[in-house]
Design a protein around this ligand. Sequence first.
Ligand code: 5GP
Length: 210
Amino acid sequence: MKNSGILIVVSGFSGAGKGTLMKRLLEKYDTYSLSISMTTREPRQGETHGKEYFFVTKEQFEQKISESGFVEHAVYCKHYYGTPRDYVENELKNGKDVILEIEIQGALKIKEKFPDALLLFVMPPSIDELRRRLIGRGTETKEVIEQRLQRAIEEAEDIEAYEYIVINDDLEICVDEMHQMILASHNAPTRNLKFIENMRNDLIDLSKGE
Ligand code: 5GP
């Protein structure tokens, strides 16, 4: 039986290394589709429209909300972020595993709408490492870093809503672990209800000699 695609939500504190992790996962395994979000925040140096994000104005974002164009959207550190609906629905229909790299409010909304979604939370190996990555990135002002640390404190409250934590220490090991978690999740009974139901019916037929 071929599994159909599942929705995979990846969250984690700013600076936990989600971006690098996602990039490597997609390079290494070709079974995943990464959803590109829309945001009203300014592009960082080196980011391009349509690659990291679709960068839009507040008006354009609100227009898309009014058209029900997002599967979820949230406000994070004073900016809108949202997952465009069409891409996700089409890729899932085509049997792809679709990854959403989103923050916790969005993750909880996805879990409500798609109970089969797999929620993974990326954590740095230590707080010193988080500090080093967040400051070392050099792309954010002190004020933005402080806002993001505040958000990390809030987000840490809800980590138990996720199915697995992923500790981002060694990149290659971490990517492989994540891939294994996803593969295993495909075989959870709750994600194979139809297959199980058919097997039960076939068993009954078999016992009747049909
Ligand atoms: P950044 O500004 O660092 O790229 O992203 C800030 C936060 O917004 C990160 O936690 C990122 O995962 C999250 N984010 C990115 N896209 C989306 C989205 O479409 N929806 C939600 N809810 N969060 C998102």
